[in-house]
Write a protein that binds this ligand. Structure first.
Ligand SMILES: Nc1nc2c(ncn2[C@@H]2O[C@H](COP(=O)(O)OP(=O)(O)O)[C@@H](O)[C@H]2O)c(=O)[nH]1
Ligand SMILES: [Mg+2]
Length: 259
């Protein structure tokens, strides 16, 4: 395997669509790419998977075996992924020159809050593992949505402590002015707070100012990559981010350095 990209994010932001689009982009550009579907609960996936956890884990079987509803079964299913790691690893051994993209469970907490997930990432991708947090451009275009998704992004980083790209998917659904506003929030916490206060005038500014300022000071705000999985735009920027990491340009030490 050349590199491993674990794609995480809230439900419906387009993780699976992004996995499919990125694989297609890599393939068009003459690179070998494969997708591992790690979401046992997905009913439909918008790509052809190369390895699929649903071959070994079935939500319906878990529901009847453990007498659980769909939500409980999804949690058990996430924890059962780890029992299939060796099986997946032996299939990955055959993909020597491949970029491998891992699609993760639909709801973010099923991946980022399970204690098994960082172990799964380390076992499957090792030192070549990077994460991609997929956020939604439409949600990001509103200051409160921008802030909420940034906090989710931070929670993924706190959990996995791996280099993590911020992919802002569905960029085709927002206007140029909205994209400009998002960029201006990325550039300046003052701009973000001005917009946030005009959305929620009753909010206390200090708390969020300090939180967002810490993003800005740590360099995390500059990493959002606008992408449209529908139009296949932005994929080359994702590839650059991955290449930079894989070539040693951005490792855990440099990403988390304090200054
Ligand atoms: N317009 C647009 N829709 C998208 C894009 N990516 C995903 N979608 C749609 O968003 C919905 C959720 O996508 P999906 O990939 O299943 O999200 P997931 O739950 O995060 O895996 C689907 O209806 C997709 O067609 C995009 O870049 N642009
Ligand atoms: Mg999905």
């Amino acid at each position: 395997m050349k590199g491993a990209l674990f794609v995480a994010g809230p439900a419906g932001t387009g993780k699976s669509s992004f996995c499919g689009a990125y694989k297609e982009w890599l393939t068009i550009n003459n690179m070998d790419a494969a997708i591992v579907n790690l979401d046992p609960g997905s009913e439909f996936i918008p790509y052809e998977s190369d390895i699929d956890i649903r071959e070994w884990i079935s939500i319906n079987d878990i529901m009847s075996e453990f007498n659980l509803g769909p939500n409980g079964a999804q949690i058990v299913a996430s924890d059962l992924i780890i029992e299939n790691v060796d099986r997946i690893k032996s299939l990955l051994d055959e993909l020597t020159d491949y970029y491998v993209i891992f699609d993760t469970p639909g709801q973010i907490e099923l991946f980022s809050l399970r204690t098994s997930s960082p172990i799964i990432v380390d076992s499957l991708g090792g030192k070549k593992s990077m994460l991609a947090f997929v956020g939604d451009s439409v949600i990001s275009a509103i200051p409160s949505g921008y802030i909420s998704q940034k906090l989710m992004y931070a929670s993924v980083m706190a959990r996995f402590f791996k280099p993590t790209m911020y992919i802002m998917n569905k960029s085709d659904l927002i206007e140029k002015e909205q994209m400009d506003a998002i960029n201006s929030w990325d550039q300046s916490v003052d701009n973000l707070m001005d917009s946030f206060l005009s959305e929620k005038a009753e909010m206390r500014k200090d708390f969020f100012y300090n939180v967002m300022n810490s993003f800005s000071e740590s360099g995390l705000s500059s990493q959002m990559i606008p992408v449209s999985s529908k139009n296949m735009s932005g994929m080359e920027d994702v590839y650059s981010g991955m290449s930079l990491f894989l070539s040693g340009g951005e490792d855990e030490d440099t990403l988390y350095k304090d200054d």
